[in-house]
Design a protein around this ligand. Structure first.
Ligand SMILES: [Zn+2]
Ligand SMILES: [Zn+2]
Length: 225
């Protein structure tokens, strides 16, 4: 539920829509999410490839809040993800990307052809506070999970010292190196893959009635679907 494509400046150039989805297929994953930094612009291509290959692709984003906290945002469909993408675009601090330093930010189609390159640096933060993020993402039909809470950078605990209750998160994300039992929240563990080799094998399960993004969002909202 946390995979970066080559649109993220830190995402490897091999992280094309076809490579990601086919690697997921090889690893026997039923469902994955594309979560680039502050952008959903490679989700459309990945969803199309997923439909061909038989892997459910959940459209998402790894948002950077105004406090520099990463939050995984997942959506039930492309339409709501793209509406949220527009909302974030208007609130992203505008710095030009220096591709030599940070990497290219390519948008691709379902044939892995480059159709655009974003010139605004996606690693900047947005004018959206961690205190408001859950409500805002919910209003677009999605769910928000504070990302890699156990990490000592760009996590809610690193920045605020704790998972602040007033943020009202339903679920949190603990990275592979962390221990989910350390937190009083339901959690999921993701690969946060920036390279093909980091995409997990079929190790973890959520029981869903249907293998759809909509059902996953329901589960992450109220613990069932
Ligand atoms: Zn992150
Ligand atoms: Zn990430």
């Amino acid at each position: 539920m946390h995979i970066h494509s080559l649109l993220s400046p830190c995402g490897d150039n091999d992280m094309t829509p076809n490579n990601i989805v086919n690697m997921a297929k090889l690893n026997e994953l039923d469902i994955i999410a594309i979560t680039d930094h502050n952008s959903c612009k490679n989700c459309a291509a990945a969803i199309k490839v997923g439909n061909e290959v038989g892997v459910t692709v959940v459209p998402g984003m790894e948002l950077t809040t105004s406090e520099d906290i990463h939050v995984v945002c997942l959506f039930p469909d492309l339409e709501s993800a793209e509406a949220f993408d527009n909302y974030v675009c208007e609130r992203l601090m505008k710095f030009p990307n220096e591709a030599d330093i940070f990497g290219h930010q390519y948008i691709m189609d379902e044939n892995d052809e480059i159709i655009d390159e974003l010139d605004m640096l996606l690693l900047s933060s947005c004018d959206i506070s961690i205190m408001d993020v859950k409500e805002i993402v919910n209003s677009f039909g999605g769910v928000a999970l504070p990302a890699h809470v156990n990490r000592d950078s760009y996590s809610i605990i690193a920045v605020l010292g704790e998972i602040v209750e007033e943020c009202n998160f339903d679920f949190i994300e603990v990275s592979r190196s962390g221990n989910p039992d350390n937190y009083n929240y339901p959690s999921i563990t993701n690969s946060d893959a920036h390279y093909l080799a980091n995409i997990s094998e079929k190790e973890r399960f959520i029981e869903l009635k249907e293998n759809t993004a909509k059902c996953l969002i329901e589960y992450l909202s109220n613990g069932r679907c």
